[in-house]
Structure formats: structure tokens, C-alpha cells
Unconditional design. Structure first.
Ligand code: ATP
Length: 887
């Protein structure tokens, strides 16, 4: 490896053939990309198609089935070859469906990973652009600032206050100070290479310009990447539970099948036939697809959420979203538009307005991108507003900077709430310019009590108008102090004035806040801004309601955690807080049993984002670190997006529940049919093995998946959040599964009974009865899928055909089933005979019965709920029981 840290900057730039002012040209970068490959760590390769196909066959039940088919083939001397072939085909088709489903889920997850991947700030042809980190090449000049993930190994060219957390690489817990120092000895250990930044580490403070020396697997990170291959497996609680339930159900199924097999033997039925039936039933009834369906529904739901601006990074967050009881949101940019305009400038001494605006413009990193009558600036919106305000009065930042070149700086951080820059005057002396939160800044200024009080009251008056207020101040220095820090630069200042900025609320947030309250979710504002500004905005948005209180970070410092936990429900606004307060607020709400969503953007927000049940990072304003720590990224930084994500989360959970409802009630129906037929000693099984397997193919995956993509039902945001600890299988839900399954089973047996004893000619009875049972069971399930589409609402209300996927699933199932019932060659294969019109009529009547009965049951349930609601106060009570129990 090349020891870049041991060379001079000039040597490094020369060897990498790059220019520090212009960076590489796109053409050269393209050539290098081809030569060095993308800036990525190698990933584990996926297994090949055949491997995965065989993997599917490893399922023990499938193996038993194949063995049974082979056995039957051998026992009958090859007579049953058609059955065996059909079994093989069905098993193969099933495996293909599973593989394609897994593929879809995998692709969806990969797309998400890419969307949440960080972008790097790169100089190409003299212009700064944002690029995917994979496109970086050696020789690229990159800009780093607090919160960035270092995208590649790089040599530092210039830096101000740069600190990097390299614990991932060196194990050193304290962030390392970095600087563009000259050559270091060749044997300098990794942890001491102060002039380098390392891929995969995090910038915790300051900023820097660097030149990339190594990318991808050539980085220090790449060298140890072998250890990191294979991503963490993030199964959602629901997925885990489904895998478990699937196992339990498999066990139950197997027991039932074994009992059935035993009973059949006792009754003197043919051993092999009985065995085949038992195994086919097990394959049909075991919900082996359940975990996959849960994954797919989650992944599809996540894709839908992306279209609405929320990128969910970890699937478990989707489930948790539905349980969210509190949303703690930043103010600036999330509740407001972050479109700042300076509307008020106040200076205690007359004639200092221009000085105040000059400080605002110079002590900022925003740049004027258009001068003239309609000036515009780019960068942090707060700072851009200052630059624009100055330009409006003829103080263009570029000209100012020529006059007052910047020699040093202390970047803004939300803990200190100040920013300072040091400029050199024409006579060689220096002036420190400081801007920041007025209450903090005034504490650093030399002034008498009266003046301080006047300034503070002026600050409050502006804040009451919902303005964001910045104070500006300066101090002259003959020499630059040896150490440049807050103690040397930001003390003994001369106060210059206050600048008030308007930041209008986002128009959609008001409705989102209302939705929150209706949905039993508490919106809370957490901001670094002044208390009065915060309250004014919170009132305008409806977050702060009668009886709600606002507290400041200082108040929190004096409040023990126990007291905060007690009082937390009264606080709607937290002002002037620093990131570490966010952590305490999250913990306090969690102690009250609430599931907390919390927004954040800065480096210091990461711990709170991790601690929250749903950490939401800002996609636009957020740092890589915040995005890395979060569960969800808001592409538009909007509060309303969180609320819509919660709505989606609730909808997705409900849909998964529907898919489970459908699959399990159908499987219960299948088991019951065969089980009762055995126990009641029918002299022939109502369904033959191939029919059972076919049934599994027609009714299992497609309708269940279609239920998974049901549109979110209206009214989901009028219910209290789901209790995260409550089991999916509540008493009511289990009961519903049981009676609906029993109904399906009994209807099938009825069809068989009618076919055998009532409708058919004596000679053909078996075949006709068998066909009727087969048709009834399949069609019953296809129809049943429709009434499962809503737990409460009537099918007519949600619209019979409003789910296109369901219509498709139904049609495909219907065509498949009709073809095995009506097409002669298939009839032979599937053991069916043509049905008479009367038989068809009976089958159809029986098949639609579940829809009619289930719809009637829902209607009765709704009528019951209406009666309860008419009792005064009853509407609120059931809404909040779940929440209040947790206390
Ligand atoms: P939120 O937490 O809702 O996003 P915020 O953006 O006001 O609110 P911070 O960014 O932590 O929170 O800012 C806190 C305070 O620091 C602001 O109220 C403002 O007074 C001051 N401030 C913000 N940006 C700057 C800056 N670029 N330079 C100097 N001071 C700033």
C-alpha cells in the first residue's frame, strides 16, 4: 500500500494527477472508474439459481412428498405415473414461485439500500457536485463536514476544526483531531495518521477539503472488509413470529395427519393411499409460505411508502410505525418550510444596520448565487437568508470577503448555538465575527444590565411574532490567539444587533397534526430555537393546545428524569434543547409505555435516533450519521410524511393480518375436511392427493398477496395506536379463524355429501361427489378472500372490485380451477368428472356462502359498535384503553 501520509501534499496531488482547485474532469474520472472499479466493498455473492431451486426442495415435507410419490409409483408398478408427474410439476412450480417471491423481496430491499446510501460532495471540473459514493475515484477532491461519512481514504488538503470518530477502525473511542500536517514517518500507526481520513469513519466536527487516495477494497476499511461481509439479518418481530407460528402449525398439521393416518389404518383403508393423502394434506395445509408472504407484503408496503417520501431502512420499523404513540419532531424544516426571509433588523445603536448585516453575511457559509434586484443564495437556509438580506442593501458577500478575507473559523454547532469567523483587516489586525442564538450570544457580550435587558426584551418581542432570531456581535484582536476555540474567540464581544427571520409553517402540517390527535398520537415539537418562537409556531400548527406546556433545555437540566417521566405528557414544546435532551425525552415517553418516533438531522442526534423506537432522519438536511442511525429517512424532511408513514404502517400491519387470516382459515378448512372424513369413516376421501396439492397452488399465494396490497382502509387513523406488546392472535381473531375455517370445511363436506347421496346417479357417485367437494373447497377459498379484505367494513362499502390485484388473483384462480374441472385431458389428470347444471348450482351456492355469512357477521359487529358509541363518552374510552393500561 502507498504511504500517502508520508508524502507532501504536492507530491500526493502530483502522483494522483489531480488539481486541488478543479478536481478531475468527468472524462478522466470515468477512465479511473473503469480502471479502479466502483468505490464499494465487495459483497457476498448470491447462490446460483439451481442451488436456490434445490434449496427449496430441502423442505422436509416436500422431501416426504416426493418420497411418497416415488413409493406409490414403485408399489403400483408405474401405474400411477401421472399422479407422480403432477406432484413433481406442482412441487417445481411452487419452488419457482417461492424463488421469484424471494427475488422480488430481495430486489425491493436492494433498491431501498441504494436510496438510503449517502452522497459525497465532489469537485469535478471546478464545480462542486453531489455524487453517489460508488462513483468516487482516486484523485477526486471531496469536501467533508460534520456528520458526513468519510466515503474513501483521503489525504487532507485544508481543514478547520476537523474531528473524526475512527472507533470503527482504530478502536479509539475519542474522536481524533485531524489537520493537514506535512509528511509523517512511514511507520506511523493507523490511529496516528493525522493528515488522513479513513473510509467508513465519521466526521464529528469541523470541515475539510481532501483528495481521495484509495477507494473500494483498496481502502483500510477494504482490507478488513472480510470481517464485515454479510449484512446483519434484520428480521421483523412479525417475521420471526410468523416463522415460529409456521413451525407450530406445521407440528399441529403433522399430528392431525398422523392421527388421520392411524385412524385410516384402523379402518382398514389402503396403507399407501392413506399415506399419500396424509402427506399431501400436510403439504397443502402447512402454511410454509406465510413467512415469505409477510416479507413480501412488508417489502411492497415499504415501496409504497417510498413513493410518499419515507424510505424505511429496516423492515421492523414498518411494524413499529403502526404502534407509534408520540411523534417528536424538529421544528425548522420539518414543521416549517425552512425558507427563511429576514424581516426585521434591530440595532441598539443607530447607524449599525449595515454592520449587523455584514456580520450576518460574512459569518456564514452560504454563497450568493445571484446578485442584483432579486438576489438568491445557496447553503443553509438561515445563512442564505442573511446573505440575501445583506445583498438587498448592496452588501454583496463576494465583495465583502475580498475586503475582509476569512482567516479562521469555529463552525456552528447546535450545542454551542454560535458560529464565529475571524477576518483580517487592511492594517493586518483581526476581527472576530460571531452570530448565534441571542440568549447565548448576549451572555458573551460586554454590556451593561440595562442594554442587555433591552436586547432580551426585543428578542422576545420578535420571537412572539414566530420569528427565528439571530444575534450578531464582534470583537477586534491585534493578533490571532495560539488556540482558536470558543474561550478565546467568543468572549468579551461587542453586541451589534438582532436579525429576525420568518420561516412559514408547512401548509400540510396542520392537517397532519389534526390527524395525529384523531389517531391517538401525540405530536411534540423539539427545537433549538427560542421558546417564544417555538410556542408561536406550535400554536399556529395546533401542536400546542389548551393546557399544554412549553419547557426549555435549561428547565430540563434542573428536572430529574423521574419528574420528567411524570410530567412528560403535559409538554408539547421543548425549546432551546441540545441533542442530548432529545434522549431524555425519548426515554421519558418510553417509560410511559409509548412507542416514540423522533426526528433528527445532526451528528449529535444519532444517539436519540437510535434510542427512539422509530428514528427518522432528514433526507435533505440530514447528515450521513443521522441517516445511518435512523430507521427511516424522510426524503422531503416533512412532518406530514411521518404521519402518512404511520398511516401506511398501520395499513400494512392490517394487510398482513388479513393475509394470515385468509391463509389460516382456509388451511383449517382443508384439514377439517379430510380429518372429519377420516374420523367419520367416509369410505372414500372427499379429495385425492393431487387435488389437495393443486388447491395449495391455486388458492394460497396469489389471493394472500393480493390481500397484502389492499389499499389502506379509511378510518385507520381514527383508532388508537396498536399496543406493541399485544399478540396478533387476540381471542377475537383466533375465534374468527376457527369458525370461518370450520365453515369452509363443513361446506366442502356438505358438497361431498350431496354429491354422494342426493344428486348423483348411483354408479358415478364417488367421482361426482369428489369433483363437487374439490370445486367447492377451491371456489369457497377464492370467494372467501373477498370478505377478508376488510375486518370491519362491508365489501360493498370498500368496493367489490377496488383491489385490482385481488381481481387478478381471483380470475387466475378461477380459470385454473375451471380448466381442471372442464377440460377433458385435465379432468383425467385431476380425477374430476363433468358436473351437471344442478351440481354446478349447488357448488356455487355453497362457495359463496362464506362471503354472505362473513359479511353478515361484520354487519352485526358494526351495529353493535354503533350502539356502544351512542353511550356518552364511549367513543373515547375504547380509543385510549390500550394506551392508558401501560402506565
Ligand atoms: P430545529 O431543532 O427545530 O431544527 P433549529 O434549527 O433552530 O431548530 P439548531 O439548528 O440547533 O435548531 O439551532 C439552534 C439555534 O442556533 C437557533 O435558534 C439559532 O438561534 C442558532 N443558529 C442556527 N443556525 C445557526 C447558524 N448557522 N449560525 C449561528 N447560529 C445559528
Amino acid at each position: 500500500m502507498n504511504a500517502w501520509y508520508a508524502k507532501s501534499v504536492k507530491q500526493v496531488l502530483g502522483e494522483l494527477e489531480t488539481d486541488r482547485e478543479r478536481g478531475l474532469s468527468p472524462a478522466e474520472a470515468g477512465r479511473r472508474l473503469e480502471r479502479w472499479g466502483p468505490n464499494e466493498l465487495a459483497r457476498q455473492r448470491r447462490a446460483g439459481l439451481l442451488r436456490r431451486f434445490l434449496g427449496q426442495m430441502k423442505d422436509p415435507m416436500i422431501l416426504v412428498l416426493l418420497a411418497a410419490a416415488g413409493l406409490s409409483l414403485w408399489a403400483t408398478g408405474g401405474e400411477d405415473w401421472l399422479d407422480a408427474a403432477i406432484i413433481l410439476v406442482i412441487v417445481a412450480v411452487n419452488a419457482c414461485i417461492s424463488i421469484s417471491q424471494e427475488d422480488n423481496a430481495e430486489k425491493a430491499l436492494e433498491a431501498l439500500r441504494q436510496m438510503s446510501a449517502p452522497l459525497a460532495k465532489v469537485l469535478r471540473d471546478g464545480k462542486e457536485i453531489r455524487l453517489e459514493t460508488a462513483a468516487l475515484v482516486p484523485g477526486d477532491i471531496i469536501r467533508l463536514e460534520a456528520g458526513d461519512l468519510v466515503p474513501a481514504d483521503a489525504r487532507i488538503l485544508t481543514a478547520a476544526g476537523l474531528r473524526c470518530d475512527e472507533s470503527a477502525m482504530t478502536g479509539e473511542p475519542v474522536p481524533a483531531a485531524k489537520a493537514p500536517v506535512g509528511e509523517l514517518p512511514e511507520d506511523t500507526p493507523l490511529a496516528d495518521r493525522r493528515n488522513m481520513v479513513l473510509s467508513g469513519t465519521v466526521v464529528t466536527g469541523g470541515r475539510a477539503l481532501c483528495v481521495i487516495t484509495a477507494t473500494g477494497m483498496d481502502t483500510e476499511m477494504g482490507r478488513i472488509a472480510g470481517m464485515l461481509l454479510g449484512e446483519e439479518d434484520s428480521q421483523t418481530p412479525l417475521q420471526k413470529k410468523m416463522a415460529e407460528i409456521s413451525k407450530t402449525l406445521s407440528f399441529v398439521c403433522l399430528c392431525v395427519c398422523a392421527v388421520m393416518f392411524g385412524a385410516g389404518l384402523l379402518q382398514g383403508k389402503a396403507l399407501l393411499g392413506m399415506f399419500m393423502t396424509a402427506v399431501s394434506l400436510a403439504v397443502a395445509a402447512i402454511p410454509e409460505g406465510l413467512p415469505a408472504i409477510v416479507t413480501i407484503v412488508l417489502a411492497l408496503g415499504v415501496q409504497r411508502m417510498v413513493r410518499r417520501g419515507a424510505i424505511v431502512k429496516r423492515l421492523p420499523a414498518v411494524e413499529t410505525l403502526g404502534c407509534a404513540g408520540v411523534i417528536c419532531s424538529d421544528k425548522t424544516g420539518t414543521l416549517t418550510q425552512n425558507r427563511m426571509t429576514v424581516v426585521d433588523v434591530w440595532t441598539p445603536r443607530t447607524g449599525e444596520r449595515a454592520l449587523a448585516l455584514t456580520i450576518g453575511a460574512l459569518c456564514s457559509d452560504a454563497a450568493l448565487i445571484r446578485a442584483g434586484r432579486e438576489p438568491a443564495a445557496g447553503g443553509d437556509p438561515t445563512e442564505a437568508a442573511l446573505v440575501v438580506a445583506a445583498a438587498r442593501e448592496g452588501l454583496e458577500k463576494g465583495t465583502l470577503e475580498e475586503q475582509w478575507p476569512r482567516r479562521a473559523e469555529l463552525p456552528f454547532d447546535s450545542e454551542r448555538k454560535l458560529m464565529s469567523t475571524v477576518h483580517q483587516k487592511a492594517d493586518g489586525s483581526f476581527r472576530v465575527l460571531v452570530k448565534g442564538a441571542p440568549d447565548v450570544l448576549l451572555g458573551r457580550c460586554r454590556m451593561d444590565e440595562g442594554a442587555r435587558r433591552r436586547a432580551l426584551s426585543r428578542n422576545e418581542a420578535m420571537a412572539l411574532r414566530a420569528l427565528r432570531v439571530l444575534g450578531v456581535a464582534y470583537k477586534d484582536l491585534a493578533f490571532l490567539p495560539r488556540t482558536l476555540d470558543s474561550a478565546t474567540l467568543e468572549q468579551g464581544l461587542t453586541f451589534t444587533g438582532l436579525i429576525g427571520m420568518m420561516d412559514p409553517p408547512r401548509p400540510e402540517v396542520r392537517r397532519a397534526v389534526e390527524q395525529c390527535y384523531a389517531a391517538g398520537i401525540r405530536p411534540v415539537m423539539i427545537t433549538g430555537d427560542h421558546k417564544l418562537t417555538a410556542v408561536a409556531v406550535a400554536k399556529e400548527l395546533g401542536i400546542c393546545r389548551k393546557g399544554d406546556l412549553a419547557v426549555t433545555g435549561e428547565d430540563l437540566d434542573f428536572m430529574p428524569q423521574g419528574l420528567l417521566e411524570q410530567e412528560v405528557e403535559r409538554f408539547a414544546v421543548y425549546a432551546r434543547v441540545s441533542p442530548e435532551h432529545k434522549m431524555r425525552i425519548v426515554r421519558a415517553w418510553q417509560a410511559r409505555g409509548k412507542v416514540v418516533a423522533m426526528t433528527g438531522d445532526g451528528v449529535n442526534d444519532a444517539p436519540a435516533l437510535k434510542a427512539a423506537d422509530i428514528g427518522c432522519a432528514m433526507g435533505v438536511a440530514g447528515t450521513d450519521v443521522a441517516k445511518g442511525a435512523a430507521d427511516m429517512i424522510l426524503t422531503d424532511d416533512n412532518f406530514a410524511t411521518i404521519v402518512s408513514a404511520v398511516e401506511q404502517g398501520r395499513g400494512i400491519y392490517a394487510n398482513i393480518k388479513k393475509a394470515i387470516h385468509y391463509l389460516l382459515s382456509c388451511n383449517i378448512g382443508e384439514i377439517l375436511t379430510i380429518f372429519l372424513a377420516t374420523v367419520l369413516d367416509f369410505h372414500q376421501m372427499p379429495l385425492v392427493p393431487v387435488q389437495l396439492l393443486w388447491l395449495n397452488l391455486v388458492t394460497d399465494s396469489l389471493p394472500a398477496l393480493a390481500l397484502g396490497v389492499e389499499p389502506v382502509e379509511e378510518g385507520v387513523m381514527e383508532q388508537a395506536p396498536r399496543d406493541a406488546r399485544a399478540s396478533l392472535f387476540s381471542r377475537a381473531f383466533s375465534l374468527r379463524l376457527a369458525w370461518q375455517g370450520a365453515m369452509v370445511g363443513l361446506l366442502t363436506l356438505t358438497a361431498y355429501f350431496l354429491g354422494e347421496y342426493v344428486l348423483s346417479d348411483p354408479g358415478e357417485a364417488h367421482a361426482a361427489a369428489n369433483t363437487m367437494a374439490f370445486a367447492t373447497l377451491t371456489l369457497c377459498q377464492l370467494f372467501h378472500a373477498f370478505d377478508v379484505r376488510s375486518e370491519r367494513a362491508s365489501l360493498l362499502h370498500i368496493g367489490v372490485f377496488s383491489n385490482a390485484a385481488m381481481n387478478r388473483a381471483f380470475l387466475i384462480g378461477l380459470v385454473m380451477q375451471l380448466s381442471v374441472l372442464c377440460v377433458p385431458p385435465l379432468q383425467a389428470v385431476f380425477n374430476t368428472v363433468p358436473m351437471s347444471p344442478v351440481e354446478w348450482a349447488v357448488v356455487l351456492c355453497l362457495a359463496v356462502t362464506p362471503v354472505v355469512v362473513c359479511e353478515a357477521a361484520k354487519a352485526a359487529g358494526r351495529a353493535g359498535a354503533r350502539r356502544v358509541r351512542r353511550v356518552p363518552g364511549a367513543r373515547r374510552a375504547p380509543l385510549y384503553t390500550g394506551a392508558s393500561k401501560g402506565r
